[in-house]
Design a protein around this ligand. Structure first.
Ligand code: SF4
Ligand code: SF4
Length: 291
């Protein structure tokens, strides 16, 4: 089973939940796909045993073959290619904006002159290790790089179908979250009972429904704020899987890199029950709606 943990915005306690769930069940593989800012390792403290380069296939134009037809520019959906006219210092040529290129390969495929080849460009690293019997993998996007989905996909290539896979997804509702959550069996949405929390929860629920991924909600700091998140979940028939009340001691433990279930062992049973609850919900397979 593959469970992703996501939230519409950062700082809701997503990693706290992901790490706590992973530490409460057996035979776990933990994937930190928040590759722009991975921080699960700060709590799990895995021993990293090997690394892999994370690369994106990047087009390179052979100017001796290019006829400046512009087909590569026209086909690029990300506006990553320009055909520049001649200047005083340089002849007409094709310019590729590396930070806009998604490495989709369309330009090299459609170039009629076979003038584009693809080369690996390193954009990050994948680190693989373990913590006790838990397998741990995370990706790190290089500073200044914009394309996290290829790094996330490379982390997910390591998914083991013989384990319970926990994926810590990036926050938000854009491409990186889609890359992390896609193909997972269930998504836990972590939110907080504030107007911002509700706004981002609504966006994430819409996204997951479009993606057809089953989900439930955990309300963190549940005794603060208002009841609008709770009312929204009732109205939308969404399972609220767990409430985690605010405690200064929880915040203090997290700030020291101590997982919630280690600081408060009574939570271990709650997370074990959460796992059982998710398995039961999946049997019903009602895509986040209560039966
Ligand atoms: S499609 Fe090929 S030949 Fe045409 S401009 Fe691009 S690189 Fe040059
Ligand atoms: S590989 Fe795709 S995204 Fe990159 S320049 Fe070519 S068409 Fe554009």
């Amino acid at each position: 089973m593959i469970i992703s943990i996501a939230s519409g915005k950062g700082g809701t306690g997503k990693t706290t939940v992901a790490v706590s769930l992973a530490l409460s069940i057996d035979n776990v593989q933990f994937l930190d796909c928040d590759v722009e800012e991975p921080n699960a390792h700060l709590f799990l403290k895995p021993r990293i045993s090997r690394t892999e380069k994370a690369c994106l296939l990047m087009p390179v134009v052979d100017e001796t073959k290019c006829r400046l037809c512009g087909k590569c520019r026209d086909v690029c959906e990300y506006n990553a290619i320009a055909v520049l006219p001649a200047s005083q210092t340089k002849n007409s040529h094709v310019l590729i904006f590396q930070n806009l290129c998604h490495g989709c390969g369309a330009c090299s495929l459609l170039c009629p002159s076979n003038a584009i080849k693809e080369v690996d460009r390193e954009i990050g690293v994948i680190e693989i290790g373990e913590k006790n019997d838990m397998e741990f993998i995370h990706g790190r996007l290089n500073i200044g790089e914009a394309m996290s989905p290829p790094v996330i996909r490379q982390v997910k290539k390591h998914i083991s179908m013989t384990k319970s896979v926990i994926i810590d997804a990036p926050p938000g509702t854009s491409c990186p979250v889609i890359s992390a959550v896609k193909g997972t069996d269930f998504c836990i949405l972590v939110t907080e009972p504030t107007p911002f929390g509700l706004n981002d929860l609504i966006l994430t629920v819409e996204l997951l429904r479009k993606m057809n991924v089953q989900f439930g909600v955990i309300i963190n700091r549940s005794d603060l704020g208002n009841d609008e998140v709770e009312m929204y979940c009732i109205k939308e028939n969404i399972h609220v899987l767990m409430h985690i009340p605010f405690k200064k001691e929880i915040a203090a433990a997290c700030s020291q890199g101590i997982p919630l279930v280690k600081a408060f062992p009574e939570y271990e049973n709650s997370f074990r029950q959460l796992f059982i609850q998710i398995k039961e919900l999946m049997k019903g397979n009602n895509h986040g709606k209560k039966s």
